[in-house]
Design a protein around this ligand. Structure first.
Ligand SMILES: Nc1ncnc2c1ncn2[C@@H]1O[C@H](COP(=O)(O)OP(=O)(O)OP(=O)(O)O)[C@@H](O)[C@H]1O
Ligand SMILES: [Mg+2]
Length: 264
């Protein structure tokens, strides 16, 4: 269900919100995932890194309900789930922000935020119309929570920058009360300033208890914003660990070798 409030961290204990066990995915003869097991905690930023073809996009497609796994299990808050569609995952709090953002550029900001969750008002029994006033105010409020001063939510999304569009897509995820937000290369097409804004948005989500899965080839971004990293290689988890004290160069080396750096 769409949300009426944002998530908050309920306690200090570490809660595994997402657990994958032995996930495999084959496309005909191609084995894109060969038994991936990992978990994500409540309110953490988990980076998923790996070379081209390592299986990152396939993994997020399974988590987000775009593809069904060939075998293995997916648990959300301890309960096994099997999505029938990305919408099914969204309704259960798993929102994915794809690289192309899946926004309708010609539609207004508020229309994009409320797509699939439109608010209606009943004029008389059996007759209702869209409550545009409430949706405009709602969109502005969600964006304000993300520290975005978009004053005119009537303007088409096409008028906004890449970073602002990320914020609009995140506002939509908040509306659905997402507890997990998956972002696929969110800064790939952005300049330095816009990248900094998107990293701030990711930190903001984390601060409100949302778990972020960040797929990125940009080691600087990953080291700046992620708590842990899982490195995929040829469809398997090659290495994983906490990022504290790891430099972007060391992480890049680890992605290449698949070996976690030894403590000096
Ligand atoms: N729809 C598909 N049909 C057939 N093979 C696919 C399909 N999607 C992905 N693959 C294959 O699965 C493997 C993993 O691909 P995937 O897109 O998950 O990698 P990736 O880690 O996201 O790579 P990149 O960093 O280039 O985006 C690759 O060998 C790829 O060619
Ligand atoms: Mg990919």
């Amino acid at each position: 269900m769409p949300a009426t409030s944002t998530n908050t961290c309920r306690n200090n204990a570490v809660t595994k919100v997402l657990e994958l066990e032995g996930l495999t995915k084959s496309y005909g003869a191609v084995q894109a995932l060969r038994g991936v097991s990992l978990h994500a905690n409540e309110g953490e930023v988990l980076a998923i890194c790996g070379d081209n073809g390592a299986g990152k996009s396939t993994l997020i497609k399974v988590i987000s309900g775009a593809h069904a796994q060939t075998s293995g299990t997916l648990r959300l808050n301890g309960r096994e789930v099997r999505w029938s569609s990305p919408h099914d995952a969204l309704v259960h709090g798993v929102a994915t922000i794809y690289q192309d953002l899946a926004l309708a550029p010609q539609l207004s900001v508020w229309q994009n935020v409320f797509v699939g969750a439109e608010i209606r008002k009943t004029l008389f029994p059996g007759f209702s119309i869209l409550d545009k006033k409430r949706m405009r105010a709602g969109a502005a409020e969600y964006l304000a929570r993300l520290n975005q001063n978009i004053d005119d939510v009537e303007r088409p999304v096409a008028d906004f920058s890449g970073g602002q569009r990320q914020a609009i897509a995140i506002a939509r995820a908040l509306l659905w009360n997402a507890s997990i937000v998956i972002m696929d290369e969110p800064t790939a097409a952005l300049g330095v300033k816009e990248t900094a804004k998107v990293l701030a948005l990711i930190r903001h989500l984390k601060d409100t208890g949302v778990t972020v899965l960040l797929i990125s080839h940009n080691m600087d971004d990953v080291v700046q914003v992620a708590d842990r990293v899982v490195i995929l290689k040829a469809g398997r988890v090659a290495a994983q660990g906490a990022l504290e004290g790891i430099s972007p160069a060391t992480l890049a080396q680890t992605v290449m070798t698949g070996e976690w750096p030894q403590v000096q």
